[in-house]
Design a protein around this ligand. Structure first.
Ligand code: ATP
Length: 556
């Protein structure tokens, strides 16, 4: 799929606009247009319905260790600064950036790929480079190669490929494409690395640290003491309200708290349309369980969340569940899996993260409570001490443990966190939906069309009501159907132009059903329903339209 075509459709039909476009836009910020707001809202509502309000707490779902409760929260974006100290974001939520002195481009350190070369042993006639060597050495060997040829040789390819030097027998194979930190860890000096788009090695500056949280000032006086941060994730609002939810509602462990809302990260390199933005929305669940069942709950949520994307139309061959290796895991995490989609803007074979499902142990609740708890009287609730011997990042001092009154047991619950991005999910559904094919026009002649094959639950407009012509009472009959449908669904009325053109306009924005009022409607009260994907048409009674659309959207 050509990403440029999707981006232009999104602008042309009102899904997505660059933020502040008339002033030249602001990098990393996007506005959702009239159709985009409906699509994203449907993604969030499907998530909330499937995970929270539609959840049946009386039944044990397949794969779940037991029945469980689900509830929701809506917390503020700006929170007490101490929240971010205790969560670790103040000290640890940073990226490293490197600058290229040649191209003047800036990169996130862990996202630039350095190219390593080695020589194909069988092809080499030069004894100096007859075995696999680090590319620094190969570079030296190539010192006499003309510059333009070097540039070619070093061009990033995003994968393996072969290059042949002018000297016929020496075939060089690009054997490895590694991330920069791995190379640096392996002892390769930055002077040996060729930056993307640079022609010679050694143009990268040393990595510099950069905190990703947006800083702001609360109150009129605005000193450094009044500094606050825009939340970089919604999760912390849930942790700090854990006790409030337990005390104010009847939920019992195991239970989950869900939240959907804006998060902000001052990303170094926002890119790939909305995939990496500086302002975005998250859909997060913190699921609290007993430590001894946490592994089972982790597996349950990982598989449940993967299935959710499949159910809404992402195909298995472009959706992967990737368990992190031990060295990728955060220090507190027992297991993390990413749900990843093969976004079309990524090189073939690469996947981008849609959602992370993490087993966070009791790290978060402990971090928010430790500090004032007496480490001597509660040996299981240890205080982490700083170099000065004082408790590091003093927590709230509130006891965030949980008392299980059936088992007569007190413990700090373990947490499973499925953390999804609403914008990334929306983008994945859009990418997957985009198709070009042909559909017959009103005379049966095949016409090219662009069609968004969005799942009916996600489609911004559920049905379009179209009078065949603007006379003979057809508009009146169509408007009656439109008003009946409008009570339940977002529907559209269109009486302008040839009906084939009107169908194609709806196909392009993903409307799953078109209802057409024609001459027969006026005699027998039936209308045609046209299916966007199969192009099948069938007749139903006009008054059955709301029930028909409801049945089809919900897949009954
Ligand atoms: P990445 O490695 O891509 O930066 P992350 O691992 O930092 O992502 P998390 O902190 O786990 O992401 O956030 C959970 C989810 O929030 C991600 O899976 C993603 O869907 C979404 N998300 C995170 N950062 C962004 C962003 N800059 N723009 C859009 N969505 C984001």
């Amino acid at each position: 799929m050509d990403m440029d075509k999707l981006v232009s459709l999104c602008k042309r039909r009102g899904f997505l606009f660059q933020s502040s476009e008339i002033y030249g836009g602001l990098n990393g910020f996007w506005d959702y247009g009239p159709l985009g707001v409906e699509l994203k809202r449907n993604v969030k509502e499907a998530w909330w319905r499937d995970m929270v309000t539609g959840h049946d707490e009386l039944s044990q779902l397949p794969g779940a260790p037991s029945a469980y409760d689900m509830t929701g929260l809506d917390c503020t974006i700006i929170m007490h600064p101490q929240v971010w100290k205790c969560s670790g974001h103040y000290d640890l939520f940073h990226d490293f950036m490197v600058d290229c002195t040649s191209t003047k481009k800036r990169y996130r350190y862990d996202q630039i790929y350095a190219v390593t070369l080695s020589v194909k042993p069988n092809h080499s006639t030069n004894p100096e480079i007859s075995k696999q060597q680090p590319f620094t050495e190969v570079w030296t060997t190539l010192a006499s190669t003309p510059d333009e040829q070097k540039a070619d040789l070093w061009k990033r390819a995003g994968g393996k490929y072969s290059v042949r030097s002018k000297n016929a027998d020496e075939a060089f194979e690009m054997v490895d494409v590694k991330k920069l930190p791995d190379l640096v860890k392996a002892g390769t000096a930055l002077t040996a690395v060729v930056a993307p788009d640079a022609n010679v090695p050694g143009t990268l500056t040393a990595p510099r640290e950069f905190n990703l949280m947006f800083k702001t000032i609360v109150g009129a006086l605005g000193g450094e003491d009044d500094a606050a941060f825009l939340r970089p994730e919604t999760a912390q609002g849930i942790f700090v309200n854990f006790k409030n939810v337990v005390d104010s509602s009847r939920v019992k462990v195991p239970f989950g708290i869900a939240q959907v809302g804006k998060s902000f990260r001052n990303e170094i390199t926002p890119r790939n349309f909305t995939f990496r933005s500086r302002e975005f929305e998250q859909m997060e669940i913190e699921f609290f369980c007993k430590p001894d069942t946490s592994q089972q709950w982790y597996k349950y949520w990982r598989d449940r969340r993967y299935q959710w994307y499949l159910d809404l139309g992402l195909p298995r061959e472009r959706l992967q569940l990737r368990e992190h290796h031990a060295e990728e895991l955060s220090h507190y995490s027992i297991g993390t899996a990413d749900i990843e989609y093969a976004f079309p803007f990524l090189p073939a074979g690469e996947f981008g993260e849609l959602e992370g499902v993490a087993h966070r142990g009791d790290f978060d609740l402990r971090s928010h409570m430790e500090g004032k708890l007496d480490p001597n009287s509660k040996p299981d609730l240890k205080v982490e001490l700083g170099p000065d011997g004082k408790p590091k990042h003093r927590g709230s001092g509130k006891d965030l443990s949980y008392f299980d009154d059936q088992a007569r047991q007190r413990f700090v619950p373990h947490v499973i966190e499925p953390s999804a991005g609403a914008d990334r999910a929306t983008l994945a559904f859009l990418c997957e939906a985009y198709h070009e094919d042909t559909a017959p026009d009103e005379n049966g002649k095949p016409q090219e069309r662009v069609v968004l094959k969005l799942h009916p639950r996600l489609a911004p407009i559920k049905a379009a009501v179209l009078p065949l012509v603007k006379k003979d009472g057809m508009p009146e009959a169509a408007q009656k159907i439109y008003r009946a449908l409008k009570k339940q669904f977002n529907v559209y009325y269109d009486d302008g132009g040839a009906v084939g053109r009107r169908y194609r306009r709806q196909d392009e924005i993903g409307t799953p059903y078109c209802i057409t009022v024609d001459g027969q409607t006026l005699t027998d009260g039936t209308v045609t329903v046209r299916d966007r994907d199969s192009l099948k048409q069938w007749r139903i009674k006009a008054e059955e339209c709301p029930a028909e659309i409801a049945k089809r959207i919900n897949g009954e």
